[in-house]
Write a protein that binds this ligand. Structure first.
Ligand code: BF8
Ligand code: SF4
Length: 639
């Protein structure tokens, strides 16, 4: 394939060209080498969970595995194990945050502190922790203990479930899918999908639903909420000050030829937040100048980038498929990785580039990368050590070839900030959003999230689809690599994006000064979207004139992950669907090998959850399906 077919992102095109000229292989090249990919795997009908297999289903010829498992069972098991993979990734991140939070509350983690007292009190309320006349740290300790305990909890309901609308909770309770704890639902799902256990695809999926809800309303929400308390809620100043969106630049052009470039990549802000703070120190800047650089330039890739940019405006070098391209510029002095979405191919690039690749956590090492373990008991010291190592590598640069392009964008649209932007400080609430939806200026809201995927051109599903949504007056809220795609395409700055929006949406956004596409954060921050949806319902419960649905499934909203690749996307998709959001995925869908199970996901579960999964092949088919759904909901509401 030529570069034009691979992406419309000009920075990536020129970086790809360089990579190819230097004979470096990228994910796209390896994708071609992998062809033809195995159909059994693609369709979810390969079972290799016991040693009598692997078993494959060939309709009409071999309908059962050695043990007799049929296609629906095999597909359900595989699907639920993907949910567990994703839920565990988000939740293990959340657990790490909860543990650090608790240490910070006890004063045992110097460098971390309870920054956001307002949010602490809100979360305390959810956790049923008394706040009146109590010391902040005392409250925080109890919140931290309860958050940590929710991972090991064996009974009852996860605390954050209480934030869901009443009708939704009733649905979950009636169907027995309220998560009791985070770990238990994932472990039980693993148990029930081993050889010879649960063999009823509906029952298997039911456990998968608990694991997915334990992610969205559990692990991910804990990560988001506690990070906001430790590092600040995006869009909100620490104390006093004006609430404002965060400005940032996005794309490979943010790499600076004259500065030390440290790229942070992965998912967790615990380490990179400290890097951001330590990089400001005069001593570090001076050290960089001593080595011949003008200073130090921190940028991010994937969700670590999203975490940093939404709180600090730190630039983003790219989304998932740009990680190799960043190194191929020759300008990255250090790439520091934590967990998730890190390609092992990075270490194979090391002989060709001066880049120092550093792993920082015990959980994720790479044989050829240097491991500098981040010491959470002295985070700032650790951060300085990493920064100095990056600076020391600056003089070793050889050829540098940085693409010019980057775009300006706004971020920081936490659900609190969206509320503030639309309602103003006087009446911070979702009522203006609901009322604009009701009077039709805004047709509905779409969550567009998820990854890049080497099986398709970079961002080429995301961008046209988001453009079509906003042209049809659908407000778009984004997270993850999908958000970065829109930022790079200029869809997250009012100046360039509003001309692409429909009249009604443009009018509302212009009046409050927001772009029509809102950056809500990293993938764990999809929990912000859950919170926003719950509030949209709750506002209408308090005031019937603002009612746009008594449950999430009645709201004119839809979700999508056009270029998904990670198991995490499946977990997210499933907690959205079972929270009541119709959700469309692009690319291959891993259940199509069983018509029975796919029919169940794409149709029958609507009777239970009021929403379904769906797939679409092209951006406009996807946007069209979402808009149709939104229109159907509007019609049902009579608006
Ligand atoms: O957790 S969007 S490619 S970086 S998995 Fe990975 Fe997908 Fe990017 Fe964020 Ni989310
Ligand atoms: Fe085959 Fe059954 Fe074993 Fe799966 S569990 S590999 S279908 S024998």
């Amino acid at each position: 394939k030529n570069n034009e077919e691979m992406t419309d992102d000009m920075a990536s095109r020129s970086a790809l060209e360089n990579a190819r000229d230097s004979g470096v292989s990228t994910a796209w090249d390896r994708y071609e080498q992998q062809k033809p990919q195995c159909n059994f795997g693609t369709e979810g009908i390969c079972c290799r969970i016991c040693n009598m297999g692997p078993c494959r289903i060939i309709p009409g010829r071999q309908e059962e595995g050695v043990c007799g498992a049929d296609a629906a069972t095999i597909v359900a098991r595989n699907f639920v194990r993907m949910i567990v993979g994703g839920s565990s990734a988000h939740s293990d991140h959340g657990r790490g945050v909860a543990q650090t939070f608790l240490e910070a509350a006890k004063g045992e983690a110097p460098g971390y502190e309870i920054k956001n007292e307002e949010k602490l009190k809100e979360v305390a309320e959810t956790f049923d922790v008394e706040t009146e006349d109590r010391d902040i740290n005392e409250i925080a300790i109890e919140v931290g203990e309860k958050a940590v305990a929710s991972f090991g909890s064996q009974e009852g309901e996860l605390e954050f479930i209480s934030r869901a609308p009443e009708k939704r909770k009733d649905i979950w309770r009636r169907n027995g899918v309220v998560p009791r704890g985070i770990d238990i639902e994932n472990v039980e799902a693993m148990h029930r999908t081993t050889m010879g256990v649960d063999q009823d695809y509906k029952n298997i999926l039911k456990q998968g639903t608990k694991a997915a809800l334990a992610d969205g309303w559990g692990g991910s929400m804990i990560a988001t909420e506690l990070q906001d308390i430790l590092f600040g809620t995006p869009g909100q100043p620490e104390k006093g000050g004006k609430k404002d969106a965060v400005k940032f630049d996005a794309n490979l052009g943010v790499l600076d030829e004259n500065m030390v470039n440290l790229v942070v990549h992965g998912h967790e802000p615990l380490i990179s937040e400290m890097i951001a703070i330590a990089a400001q120190e005069e001593e570090i800047q001076e050290y960089a100048r001593e080595k011949g650089a003008e200073g130090i330039n921190i940028s991010g890739i994937c969700c670590t980038a999203n975490e940093l940019l939404q709180r600090h405006g730190i630039p983003v070098a790219g989304n998932f498929l740009q990680q190799e391209l960043a190194i191929s510029t020759g300008a990255v002095d250090m790439m520091m990785v934590d967990v998730q979405c890190i390609m092992q191919s990075l270490e194979r690039m090391l002989p060709d580039y001066h880049t120092k690749l550093v792993t920082t956590t015990e959980k994720a090492k790479m044989p050829m990368a240097e491991h500098i373990e981040f010491d959470e008991s002295q985070p700032l010291e650790s951060a300085r050590e990493l920064l100095k190592a990056a600076i020391d590598n600056f003089p070793k640069r050889e050829g540098v070839n940085i693409p010019e392009e980057s775009e300006k964008a706004l971020a920081g649209f936490s659900h609190e900030f969206i509320k503030y932007m639309l309602g103003g400080s006087y009446r911070s609430s979702y009522w203006p959003l609901n009322s604009n939806i009701k009077d039709g200026k805004i047709r509905g809201v779409a969550g567009v999230v998820g990854c890049n995927n080497a099986a398709m051109p970079l961002d080429k599903m995301h961008v046209p689809m988001v453009e079509e949504l906003i042209a049809n007056n659908v407000l778009v809220v984004q997270t993850g690599c999908a958000a970065i795609a829109s930022a790079k395409a200029g869809l997250m700055q009012p100046e360039t994006a509003l001309e692409k929006a429909g009249d009604g949406l443009a009018e509302v956004c212009e009046a409050v000064g927001i772009p029509p596409v809102l950056h809500a954060g990293a993938c764990v921050d999809n929990s912000r979207i859950l919170n926003a949806l719950a509030e949209m319902v709750n506002v209408g419960q308090e005031n019937s004139r603002l009612n746009i649905g008594d449950d999430v499934s009645e709201l004119p909203v839809a979700g999508a992950a056009p270029e998904w690749m990670s198991e995490k996307a499946i977990a997210i998709g499933h907690y959205f669907v079972t929270s009541g959001v119709y959700t469309v995925f692009g690319g291959d869908f891993p259940t199509v090998g069983s018509e029975v199970f796919t029919e169940y996901l794409f149709d029958e579960i609507e009777d239970i959850y009021g929403a379904t999964w769906d797939v679409a092949e092209t951006p406009s088919e996807m946007a069209g399906k979402m808009i149709d759904h939104i229109d159907k909901k509007r019609e049902e509401l009579g608006i």
